[in-house]
Ligand binder design. Structure first.
Ligand code: PEP
Length: 241
């Protein structure tokens, strides 16, 4: 069984000095093994600092442009990200969908281009609080998967299920609800697509999603900014059967 522990630094930290310290502390306490693939997703401006540590930790970007190059001010293309020797790219994180109005069709374009550029896309899906309360979680995630991965070979991507209401709130998803979604995603895409859980995962609750809810790994936000907490999550996952 292969597991994944991915850290999304979001728009943190605020200086290169802190980013260097975070990557060096993280790289000291985790390693990529046959069993656990560890990756971090720093802001674009620190990718150079971090790719040097890629023996211990794989590196990904948090977003990419839907085009390879050209007049797209402020964007970074998957070709450029791949040229930096990054391995992964997050696509369709709920903060991109909500704050930057990214649609499933945009997610689909970016996923296809990222693959063509040699990156491994980590496609993020998840329902809002309102959608879950209305009993629409499965329907919403199914729709995001169908549209976001249209004409994509699902074996070449990872999917991260991140219920929007669980991200950064301290309210992690219940195991039964999480299990229902991992099962649905695997039924839709096949067992070869790794499915990660994300949303207030930490050293106490993280490995339980892998043990008891059918997930292959974790996409971790806040806890990945604390190297010691991230290291504990690594140890927990390394210790799984
Ligand atoms: C995320 O941003 O992808 C995330 C899961 O954040 P957090 O772990 O802080 O909820």
């Amino acid at each position: 069984m292969k597991y994944y522990l991915f850290g999304n630094w979001k728009c943190n930290p605020v200086s290169a000095q802190e980013a260097k310290k975070l990557i060096s502390d993280t790289a000291k306490s985790v390693k990529r093994t046959e069993k656990v693939e560890v990756a971090v997703f720093p802001p674009f401006c620190y990718l150079y600092e971090v790719v040097g540590k890629k023996k211990e930790v794989a590196v990904g970007a948090q977003n990419c442009c839907f085009k390879e190059a050209g007049a797209f001010t402020g964007e970074v293309s998957p070709r450029q990200i791949a040229d930096l020797e990054c391995k992964y790219v997050l696509i369709g994180h709920s903060e991109r969908r909500k704050i930057f109005s990214e649609t499933d069709s945009f997610v689909n374009d970016k996923t296809k281009l990222a693959l063509a550029c040699g990156l491994v896309p980590v496609v993020c899906v998840g329902e809002t609080d309102e959608e879950r309360t209305a009993g629409r979680a499965v329907e919403i995630v199914t729709g995001q998967i169908e549209a976001g991965l249209k004409d994509v070979d699902a074996k070449q991507v990872l999917v991260a299920y991140e219920p929007v209401w669980a991200i950064g709130t301290g309210k992690a998803c219940g195991l039964a609800e999480a299990r229902e979604i991992s099962r649905m995603i695997k039924e839709a895409l096949g067992s070869e697509t790794p499915v990660l859980y994300g949303g207030s995962a930490n050293a106490k609750n993280g490995a339980v999603y892998l043990k008891e809810a059918g997930y292959d790994g974790l996409l971790v936000g806040g806890a990945s900014l604390k190297a010691d907490e991230f290291a504990k999550m690594f140890e927990e996952i390394e210790g799984l059967d």
